[in-house]
Design a protein around this ligand. Sequence first.
Ligand code: GLN
Length: 283
Amino acid sequence: MSIRRRLTEARKQLEAGLKLDGREAALEARLLLQESLNVSHAWLLTHEDDALTDDAARTFEDKLQRRLRGEPVAYILGQREFYGLDLTVSPDTLIPRPDTETLVEAALERIPPNQSCKVLDLGTGTGAIALAIASQRPDAELTAVDFSGKALNIAAGNAKQLNIRNVRFLQSDWFTSLGGETFDIIVSNPPYIAKTDPHLIQGDLRFEPMSALASGSDGLDDIRRIIASAAGHLNQGGWLLLEHGYDQAAAVAELLQQHHFLEIAHKQDLAQITRVSSGQFSC
Ligand code: GLN
């Protein structure tokens, strides 16, 4: 069978099996086939009339079946692009989302280029946020912490792979391993989904680490913990920036106010959802 015909069939299988729209299904089919053949998009475009070898067809079928059983494409490929960086991902890490690029943008607005700045990323997972900031601000000193040692191994591997040297990685339950250390900027994409939210048992989320997604009955337990301790780890005039759920901006702003943060501001993601809230620490 030709590559072209197998791609068309796989697109239809993904549309029917996972209720994906045509564009998404075609993209996923192509990414899985590129991975199976170990080739680039450009190669595929110029070889669509080639026949698939039996070996390649079997490898592709295996990956396609995993996807049809619901496993996220990023875990099957072991990779996801974030802020222009190719990151290794594993089931020990949340899959970086485009929404989270909003948090990176918000942080970069507060970090002047060519200046030293101490930045802390809480719950770094794949390292996505810390590595994106570090790659854009080579003079900044990043600290990236995670509770999960397995996630930290992935993150440190990503830093090495990308040759990004201004991030140090540390195992820590939020601030617990940081002693009295202070920073100019603290960023986090913590878990923020309510533990009873039905989305947690649907689609791709079923395969992601629950500890990176769910946080108590209203989704705000970890955000409360972070906001309550952040002031003790911020330099005068430093900023705390948090990603949160689509309906949590008012609650997060109130928590920031209660803890005496000033200049509270919000930023919308690509879908115009208020996704990031920030406040400035002033004692
Ligand atoms: N934005 C993710 C989602 O809704 C959740 C990630 C998180 O809890 N930090 O799927």
